[in-house]
Design a protein around this ligand. Structure first.
Ligand SMILES: [Zn+2]
Length: 88
């Protein structure tokens, strides 16, 4: 479990990696194959709009390609921890 700013993320790195792997490298939003390593973490409910203490589970995050993630409003920086996992 990690905590930053005002929200709590209660999923594990393993859960996230499994979720990413389940996409087989295909962005679920644009259905383009970009490879698992290029998928970025998107908070389905934007953190900027989250109430204090909101809990994000693995169901509240999704892997998106950089393009889809960056075209979303309220885009936030990917947590560096996640980036590290993805580049292993
Ligand atoms: Zn996409």
């Amino acid at each position: 479990m990690k905590e930053y700013n005002k929200i709590r993320e209660v999923y594990t790195s393993k859960e996230w990696v499994e979720k990413v792997n389940a996409t087989k490298g295909i962005c679920p939003n644009c259905n383009k194959y970009i490879g698992v390593i290029n998928l970025t973490l998107d908070h389905i409910h934007p953190i900027s709009k989250a109430e204090k203490g909101r809990i994000y589970t693995i169901k509240d995050v999704q892997p998106l390609c950089m393009k889809c993630n960056s075209t979303k409003k309220d885009k936030l920086q990917i947590p560096s921890e996640t980036a590290l996992i993805l580049h292993k």
